[in-house]
Design a protein around this ligand. Structure first.
Ligand code: GDP
Length: 306
């Protein structure tokens, strides 16, 4: 995913190899090259600015100008600053003191929410939890069936609206009531002693007031312990604007980056932490339920720096 950035940064470091102490002009030139590398990888402009300011500050603080091996020192500084923009520490899920822990997923259609619901459920089950998946995406045709399929693959129960129910409360598909489904799903989890509930909500193709309203209503109905904003790392700068829209419209406690296996530049997704202030908690790297892991800022930085 981050080949462009890796290659560009590697080029900057190669240019510094064998150099003695760096002059202020060398430091400026290096900062400029790093800036271009970040911008070319689609890292959001405010994040790039902050990154470069930090590097220049550390350079003028003599950390760099006094270094005998500037290439190594620049790599060290870039590594530490990358870890910082990615959030520093790994942020783990917070479980409710009184179960069930309610995790709500939000994001655009196609971001990978339903797939993620299955991945998260499988992962939690592997840690001894007893998750319940709740199918509250009644917008996208097949979303309920798709959740049932991933639930089956994960070996996890799925709470879905009853398609035969014509009472107007829990109809599957558009016109059904996702808020009622979510509320009933949480009640079901309490009754059946599931310790975690994962609520899959509906997205739209783009940011949309109805979608935000619906997600906010679900949030208010289920009072989630975590709201995970799911974002496709391949959508470029839209990742940042979408994140801002969801932060303002629904709010979230964590971010999940999906499709990190893609070959797009991905830098925008790496900016989401810095722009929204919410930690990146998980990363999705494929269509299989096992293509999923906790997000570790230090490991991601190491990967980018090759
Ligand atoms: P939703 O509309 O947000 O529920 O998105 P889906 O879970 O249906 O995912 C949309 C498409 O992206 C599906 O074809 C998934 O198989 C695919 N997908 C989801 N996560 C990933 C991922 O991490 N990598 C890749 N390559 N594809 C993914």
């Amino acid at each position: 995913m981050f080949e462009t950035l890796s290659d560009r940064l590697a080029g900057v470091f190669t240019g510094l190899r064998g150099k003695g102490r760096l002059s202020p002009a060398d430091i400026d030139a290096t900062a400029r090259e790093i800036r271009i590398a970040l911008l070319e990888a689609d890292v959001a402009l405010p994040v790039v600015r902050q990154f470069i300011a930090a590097i220049k500050e550390r350079a003028s603080g003599e950390e760099l100008s006094q270094a005998l091996n500037p290439a190594q020192q620049v790599i060290k500084i870039v590594n530490e600053e990358l870890i910082a923009i990615l959030g520093g520490e790994t942020r783990r899920l917070e479980f409710a003191k009184t179960p069930p822990t309610v995790i709500m997923l939000a994001g655009l259609q196609g971001a990978g929410k339903t797939t993620l619901a299955g991945k998260l459920a499988r992962w939690l089950k592997g840690q001894g939890h007893t998750p319940l998946l709740v199918a509250a995406d009644l917008q996208r045709p097949n979303a309920v069936t798709q959740l049932q399929v991933v639930g089956e693959q994960a070996g996890v129960t799925v709470f879905a609206p009853d398609p035969g129910n014509t009472s107007g409360v829990e109809i599957s598909g558009p016109g059904g009531d996702p808020v009622a489904v979510s509320r009933n799903g949480v009640a079901e989890a309490k009754a059946k002693l599931h310790d975690v509930v994962i609520v899959d909500t509906a997205g739209r193709l783009g940011v949309d007031a109805d979608m935000m309203q619906q997600a906010a209503s679900i949030r208010d109905a289920v009072d989630p312990d975590e709201i995970l904003f799911v974002v496709d790392a391949m959508i470029g700068q839209d990742a940042v604007t979408t994140a801002e829209a969801f932060r303002d419209g629904v709010g979230f406690t964590g971010v999940v980056l999906t499709k990190l296996d893609g070959d797009a530049r991905g830098g925008a997704a790496l900016s989401v932490r810095q722009v929204t202030g919410a930690p990146i908690m998980f990363a999705s790297t494929g269509e299989k339920l096992s293509d999923f892991d906790t997000f570790h800022p230090d490991r991601m930085a190491a990967r980018i720096l090759g």
